[in-house]
Design a protein around this ligand. Sequence first.
Ligand code: SF4
Length: 320
Amino acid sequence: MGLALSSLANYILPTVMSMTGLGLALGLLLLNRRKRKNLVINWHFLRSCNYNCKFCFHTAKTSHVVSLEQARKGLRKLYQKGMTRINLSGGEPFLKPKFLGQVCEFCHSELNIRVSIVSNGSKIKKSWLKKYGDFVDVLAISWDSFNENTLKTIGRMEKKKGRHTKQLKRISSWCKEYNIKFKINTVLCSANKNETMVKEIKELNPCRWKVFQCLLIHGENAGEGAIRDAKEMVVSRKEFDDFIKRHKEIKCLVPENNECMRNSYLILDEYMCFLNNTKGDKRQTVNILDNTEEALTDSGFDSTRFKNRTGEWCTSNLEW
Ligand code: SF4
């Protein structure tokens, strides 16, 4: 009897263990095969910036930048998970022009995905666009006003140099020359809410003009641990809507109020962790280099909101 029991135990235990193992392996396999398609990743690959915008929501808390090798490894993993477009931003991405160019080239030529960049424009050189322009689909310039005093109030300029509309015009013409789509991003805040920019925007003729309602993010531009305080910069929904109405003749205008913005972006930080904003702050997920699936699952990304805000440049449907 003792022998029979021990034989049974010898048989059952390994079987149960191997079945559990099989179940686990199957579960992992299913998880890894979870289908995602047409992901747009916003990679804030550095936090450093030469500007001091009061409402900045991705502030210079670290000066970290991953190596090119790590970047390639991480981006390849995201590609395998369904990334079809990357938006490179910061901080100011053109503070690392060589790294930026090499990442654009890798994404465009090796991964064959679309590439866009968001920059404050101050460090962009024609020679960079000549060298790397073939690897860039869209260049977006953050520009909040055509009035230098407003830009000064916001802090969207280098301390002593000022901010010149001439540079924006130059970038627009370089984009034409190098066949890059030119876009303008504007943050509506208390300093520019009463301005009318119809004439200037028409002259610049961007393919898109995104207007964002100034957003507070705990730990970035509001609350404990923040290195900016944007409380005085926020505008009400009514003020935001009034600005949009005043500019309704601009057909390429895409408004994004606070509701549209929240959790509708997949935001990857300078360490290659996603930032989950579901609780109003930015919480890091695990690193995509360690576990891409877990990082994506924990990113807080709201695919419905993404679709509702027209999922910029998305000609194909997101699957999440
Ligand atoms: S340009 Fe302004 S908003 Fe953009 S990263 Fe620099 S300080 Fe922040």
